[in-house]
Design a protein around this ligand. Structure first.
Ligand code: GDP
Length: 526
């Protein structure tokens, strides 16, 4: 294997999906601890306090108690190089979360064992289905009184429609939590409480039949043996192919707070999760081992560094190798650019990256020329497909305090929508500006940024819009007829795409029935 191939094979790029409070931040800390990117856990959380504030609107996030972790974290683990992409955890999360999932090759689903499958997790799992992303599962908070583990797995299978294959099985729970049995290694790993901030030396008993188990667990040892028999009989065996197809998830039990079990999950991640996968483009499949550099932008973050007040475009490398000072083509603009100051994100610190391979995320400085979905490639005119916009769920009319600034407002909103911060819809019938978002927080961010970056003072008004759908039709004439008939409900989005604005879900349903020749899309690709 060449060095190039080795670099790619050792990479794993993943994100954590969970409902707020399930323990994503805590797990991130422990993962970084194992990656030796943190000396002691607790530092990620520490960034919530003042001195690390990265920007004004992150300040806002902080006030609302949203975890401010960094966006991309790279660290070594067991001969591999792991990229963990952060997804905003709060309920008010934005489309960034959805799109970040297009930039990873696997996901870790974290479940609070006292609560089971929760709403946000269901939604995020739906998004991972678009690419059949392989999912690992961590059942968290075993140090609490939780629900029956078998019942939890059943719930995951029923609600999320994915087969569960327990890799570890818990021994007790709450104050009686003793550790786990590793089904594949035939090992009992014992839990010691009160060591959450360090990497623990694990106490391991080899083999379920080992008499040592009886001396440690007493009478419970034989119960455990019976239980394991039962679990083996009642659950799925691990199957790599099904895992890679997103149909089966290996399940790990532990406690992130007690730092127990996270390493078992990481071992599974580097062993089974795919190395950087291929991506589709308009010119066919791009393999991660293709030698020419290529990548796509999935997220733009504004003002990460208050000293620079810059915007950083996050690019997932899909093939080839990034090298400091290399030339690449900004395909949409048809322009070659030399990039010598791309950033990498080592556990939250941005440093200049010297080289990067498929699976890595690099940050490009953006002075307003980069949009979500943009492709950068060396010596090739192709565009990656499948980076979606999602139909927003929340809508407000935006209005100026100072009517003379209409032009700036328009410009600001369109730029912010190109950047993916929010979506804007301009009805055909009037001069309203409707802002659409997936999470409430996006509204605040937009008003804040309009003021800071475009010197526009804007306010929101409620508007009765239930949902929006992008509309297309094969037949141009039919589309034109539809445009006339449904005129009052149509709008153009920030990229001039025709959109149907539905005041109610019933209205949308009726429109779909009335115009069968028109397609109503929930997502739009960049
Ligand atoms: P996030 O919202 O998903 O990022 O969740 P956090 O990591 O912030 O955790 C939410 C709360 O659950 C915090 O108070 C954590 O200390 C707590 N927590 C996380 N993991 C565990 C665990 O394994 N056991 C217990 N008892 N609490 C935990």
């Amino acid at each position: 294997m060449s060095r190039f191939e080795k670099e790619i094979k050792k990479r794993r790029t993943f994100a954590i999906i969970s409902h707020p409070d399930a323990g994503k931040t805590t797990i991130t800390e422990k993962v970084l601890l194992f990656g030796h990117a943190l000396q002691t856990a607790g530092t990620v959380k520490g960034k919530k306090s003042g001195q690390h504030a990265k920007s004004d609107w992150m300040e806002m996030e902080k006030e609302r108690g949203i975890s401010v972790t960094t966006s991309v974290m790279q660290f070594p683990y067991s001969d591999h190089l792991v990229n963990l992409l952060d997804t905003p955890g709060h309920e008010d999360f934005s489309e960034d979360t959805y799109r970040t999932l297009t930039a990873v090759d696997s996901c870790l689903m974290v479940i609070d064992c006292a609560k089971g499958v929760e709403a946000r997790t269901i939604k995020l799992m739906d998004v991972t289905r678009m690419r059949d992303t392989p999912i690992l599962t961590f059942m968290n908070k075993m140090d609490r009184d939780i629900r029956d583990p078998i019942e939890l797995m059943d719930e995951v299978e029923d609600v999320l429609k994915i087969a569960c294959s327990p890799v570890t099985w818990p021994i007790g729970m709450g104050k009686q939590f003793k550790g786990v049995y590793h089904l594949l290694r035939d090992e009992i790993i014992l839990y010691q409480s009160g060591q959450g901030h360090t990497i623990q030396e694990e106490k391991v008993i080899k083999g379920l039949d080992n008499p040592e188990l009886d001396s440690v667990l007493g009478e419970y040892a034989s119960d455990l043996r019976d239980e394991i028999e039962l679990v083996k009989g009642a659950s799925h065996e691990f199957d790599l192919e099904m895992f890679l197809a997103g149909q089966l998830t290996p399940v790990f039990f532990g406690t992130a707070l007690g730092n127990f079990g996270v390493d078992h999950m990481l071992d599974g991640l580097v062993e089974w999760a795919p190395a950087p996968l291929s991506r589709e483009s308009d010119k066919g499949t791009v393999e991660s081992t293709d030698e020419q550099f290529s990548g796509f932008v999935f997220k733009i973050q504004a003002n990460m560094d208050p000293q620079h007040r810059d915007r950083v475009a996050f690019l997932r490398v899909c093939s080839g190798r990034y090298e400091q000072g290399m030339k690449m083509r900004h395909v949409r603009l048809g322009k070659d650019v030399r990039v010598s100051d791309a950033l990498t994100f080592l556990a939250g610190d941005r440093t200049r990256v010297e080289e990067a391979y498929a699976g890595d995320i690099i940050g490009l400085h953006n002075h307003g020329t980069i949009q979500i979905g943009d492709t950068f490639a060396a010596g090739k005119d192709m565009r990656f497909t499948g980076i979606p916009n999602f139909a927003p769920e929340l809508f407000r009319r935006i209005r100026l305090r100072d009517p003379l600034k209409a032009k700036q407002l328009n410009k600001g909103l369109i730029q912010l929508s190109e950047e993916g911060a929010v979506q804007v819809f301009r009805p055909l019938k009037n001069n309203d500006l409707i802002v659409g978002a997936v999470g409430v927080l996006q509204f605040d961010v937009v008003v804040h940024r309009l003021k800071a970056e475009y010197k526009v003072d804007a306010i929101y008004e409620p508007i009765s819009v239930a949902t929006a759908r992008w509309v297309t039709a094969e037949d141009e004439i039919k589309l034109e007829q539809f445009r006339k008939k449904a005129f009052d409900n149509l709008a153009l989005d920030g990229g001039d795409n025709l959109t149907y604005i539905a005041p109610t879900m019933v209205n949308l349903q009726l429109a779909q029935e009335r115009y069968p020749e028109v397609e109503f899309h929930k997502t739009r690709e960049h």
